[in-house]
Design a protein around this ligand. Sequence first.
Ligand code: PLP
Length: 399
Amino acid sequence: MSEKMQKYIDEAEKDLLHTYNRYQIVLDRGDGVYLYDIDGKKYLDFVSGIAVFAFGYNNKEYNDALKAQIDKLLHTSNYYYNVPAIEAARKIKEVSGMDRVFFTNSGAEAIEGAIKAARKYYFNKTGKNDGQIIAMNHSFHGRTFGALSVTGNPHYREAFEPMIGNISFADLNDFDSVLKLVNDKTCAIIMETVQGEGGIYPATKEFLESVRKLCDEKDILLILDEIQCGMGRTGFMYAWQRYGVKPDIMTTAKALGCGVPVGAFLLNEKAGANSLVAGDHGTTYGGNPFACAAIGKVLDLFKQDNIIENVNEVAPYLEKRLDELKEQYDFIVDRRGVGFMQGLVFDRPVAPVINKALENGLILINAGAEIIRFVPPLIITKENVDDMIDILKSCLESI
Ligand SMILES: *Cc1c(COP(=O)(O)O)cnc(C)c1O
């Protein structure tokens, strides 16, 4: 590492609140599927800013669209209409089949809005504010209080109790565990269609169908968190489309902005018409012209560049190459995931492998201590997969 980079890292460790154990690189620029640090070292990136940069880095059309909007109008406030927001809403409705959208600045805020909408729906129906929410163990929905309250990882919550209350946790893919918790006060069931941070656990079709049926019978709102697994990553624009199980409310973020901090929660007509109204919810920046120019362009580029087709073409190859690794090394015990959201499960901590990969010019990330997560840009080719596997193998040999 250059003296210059070490100096920056030392400064960061003095000035930034230490809420992350960061990898020891300072990144400078990106191009396609590659990142470069400030010393000019090149990295193949299989993280994409945690499932964000769907088109890779430095996409010219995307950058140009953002620059044009900067020169036109950055912000208005939500008390006025703006064309980018209207167009982004139309486009996201088209790809999701949902009916109403609220734009946020992040994933966690999308979850907050979804929870508020569910509680309001129950309040309108019963006149009471004792609605309960069922969430899933091993889930991750974000770090703000509402989102943390439905995050099924006690370690993240412990120091910050009390949470928002009336939340209980079932096990993903265990319908009986859901049935045990359901009662007349249940207003929503929330889950990630494919769990991300918790270790890459896809919901089964059977489980989703059973929960959907239960929600229909009891007028419970099904909230699907598509913040990580959505936006084409599983080979469908939204992962639930793969199963044909439509939520009442869904959340999306991460690749929705491809680098611009945005999110959204979307509602079907039933939830939209019977929950939040004027005065119930708001945001200063959410849905501003700049953010929505980004969203609109992202959705255009998905179509124009056949992004989802590429996922469906290359993902089976990624799976095959990861399965080969599993066969080859005893300490790799499982491979699971959907599309470009894959986890390689080890019988030991993966931090040494990830650090070694970084040294060898490959960016990877974990999902839990013993799982390497693969969430690459959606534009990767089979050659990129081969390159990644070659570097990863060289790291595995050394542990
Ligand atoms: C990242 C993530 C969030 C939180 O999004 P932020 O933009 O970090 O607030 C919520 N849910 C899931 C599934 C995520 O992966």
